[in-house]
Design a protein around this ligand. Structure first.
Ligand SMILES: O=c1ccn([C@@H]2O[C@H](COP(=O)(O)OP(=O)(O)O[C@H]3O[C@H](CO)[C@@H](O)[C@H](O)[C@H]3O)[C@@H](O)[C@H]2O)c(=O)[nH]1
Length: 354
């Protein structure tokens, strides 16, 4: 996050779904940057209690509730300045089995967050989305794509709205709960082979710090309906597995298990049509909403004269990290360093060499 003026001093911020890894990191940053109050709205009182004790700051307030229930959101958002909307059903397999549940939380719940924020006079709402919302093939991605549409429709329907609603799209957040890197490390520690779905599958890799910076960037730069992505590097899953084995100096082999249901060989952070109207902002792209109004003839009869892009921003086509570069990136993660230290492995020379 920017060190100059944080923009959060003396402000009240609501984080929906704030008890996960993103929530912890963003809350600690916001507290350090002088927020007056941070509210967490989530369903699990046990996780809230754990976080209350871990962080132990009286500026942190907890609201038990579900974003599916408008009144839960309405209560939590009263007198709030900004909202970071992270609450979601994010597990691909569970959303495949329960797509209606994904719809209720990710679409209807997000609509509640936007509407309650608007009614409460919130200045800015940033909604967290995912690359899986681009050309979605699974229910989780489809529901997130619809969340993006809900967020953008706010500005389309209310041209003079005081509440700015924007979205950010993440790639894979490294070491997030339930993801592949902690799994590989557990497999190495247990002396097992690494289960790799398809060694050629590619993913965008983002650290948790990158993902918090992306939300912060959106917060500071968003115009109504904007969507932001962070430029990211990608790697193959085979190289990710090999890099993990190398760092842990393990003897585990790679065992190919095949692609799981509802997953893609590569992910796209933006379509080529979106890139055509995107603004390059250094480490980020700003993608503006299509602001044509609901006059159907405008939709049907007027095209956009824009520079065409030929390719999507896809994890198969962006510059790919080598195994050694993936090792360096893994070493930036505190969790990986902790695991290496616990295993009695030194990595300091490697860090000095970088
Ligand atoms: O045993 C395993 C499990 C996974 N993978 C692969 O590792 C990569 C990453 O998998 P995982 O960490 O499970 O993440 P994704 O399935 O890509 O989805 C995550 O990343 C998304 C962003 O793309 C988020 O939206 C989701 O919430 C989050 O679960 C994928 O290519 C998997 O095929 C393996 O090779 N072996």
């Amino acid at each position: 996050m920017s060190e100059v003026s944080s923009g959060y001093e003396g402000k009240r911020i609501l984080v929906t779904g704030g008890t996960g890894s993103f929530g912890h990191t963003v809350v600690e940053k916001l507290l350090a940057q002088g927020a007056e109050q941070i509210r967490i709205l989530s369903r699990d009182e046990a996780k809230q209690d754990l976080m209350r004790h871990e962080i132990g700051d009286p500026r942190l307030r907890f609201y038990v509730g579900d974003i599916r229930d408008y009144h839960s959101v309405e209560r939590a958002v009263r007198d709030v300045d900004f909202v970071f909307h992270a609450a979601a059903l994010k597990q691909v397999p569970s959303c495949e089995f329960f797509p209606t549940e994904a719809m209720k939380t990710n679409i209807i719940g997000s609509e509640n967050v936007v509407r309650a924020s608007d009614n409460a006079g919130v200045t800015s709402v940033v909604c967290l989305s995912t690359d899986k919302a681009v050309y979605p093939v699974n229910a989780m991605g489809m529901s997130k794509a619809m969340m993006e549409k809900v967020a953008q429709s706010h500005g389309l329907n209310n041209p003079n709205a005081a509440t700015t609603v924007s979205c950010v799209r993440y790639g894979n957040v490294m070491y997030s709960r339930g993801s592949v890197i902690p799994l590989f490390i557990r497999q190495i520690k247990a002396g097992k082979d690494l289960t790799v779905t398809n060694p050629d599958m590619t993913r965008f890799m983002m650290s948790l710090a990158d993902s918090v910076d992306l939300v912060d960037f959106a917060f500071h730069n968003a115009n109504q309906g904007d969507l932001f992505i962070r430029k990211a590097r990608a790697c193959t899953v085979g190289d990710l597995a090999q890099a993990t084995v190398n760092l842990f100096r393990a003897s585990s082999s790679i065992h190919v298990i095949g692609t799981r249901h509802a997953e893609k060989l590569s992910e796209a952070l933006a379509t080529r049509e979106e890139l055509s109207r995107a603004r390059d902002m250094g480490d980020y792209f700003r993608i503006q909403a299509d602001k044509r109004d609901l006059n159907y003839s405008v939709y049907f009869e007027e095209g956009d004269v824009v520079q065409a892009e030929y390719s999507d921003y896809d994890s198969h086509t962006v510059p790919r990290m080598s195994v050694s570069e993936v090792e360096d990136l893994l070493l930036t993660l505190p969790e990986v360093r902790r695991e290496l230290t616990a295993a009695g492995l030194s990595y300091n020379k490697r860090l000095v060499d970088q």
